[in-house]
Design a binder for this molecule. Sequence first.
Ligand code: PGA
Length: 242
Amino acid sequence: MVADARAFAAAGVEIVGDALARSPEPRVCFATGETPKPLYAALVAAQANGTIDLKRIRAWLLDEYFPMTASNPRSFRAFMHAHLFDPIGLAAGRVDSLDGSAGDPDAECARYEASISGAGGFDLCFLGIGLNGHIAFNESGSGAATRARRVVLSERTRRANAHEFPSLDAVPREALTVGVGTILERSRSIVLMARGSNKAEVLARTLFEAETDALPASHLQGFRGTFTVLADEAAAALIPNL
Ligand code: PGA
């Protein structure tokens, strides 16, 4: 547990630094959303002052709205370019993401699975958590073996993301996402990030309630690699014995 956004970001930078120390070309999967913003700002600062060389990473994204063009400023691809990839000067060829404008979304999801497995999976996968326990856009009902696919977003998720759009109605109703199985089976190391008191209940349930498709994040209990929870005090408030 970390005290605040600053400590949260510092701990995340250290984790990325470890991945860079271990591999000349670490493969990292990044989450979008409010939660990782301080981390991405700190990574940009670390790159600017020369402490780390983020241009060596290869990057993937967890998910994307559907339909959505990458050039739309509300796309997750655009979010990652604005908050991390462009400021660190990451070459475009080192980034892959699900194309929310694909004419054949099923083929696009199959392509993405092959991109991830063909590269050897993720050395490091950053995840946020939804208020309903989603990871990536794996909403309630997503099983531990699910793969990249087209999904319908829950009303709760659409409401949580509505602040990025002119109205709730403008929030896309569908998305393309990696599956829970993609995350569990293709990641060597996972960092589950949570900040703020509104995440306290779902984080505690994720870690301590029985694993269930109703709360997809709970499938992280079955992860066999290195698992880190990066939570601030408010999000960790209901976790005993910290
Ligand atoms: P948030 O989103 O970081 O904006 O809270 C997390 C998520 O929905 O996975």
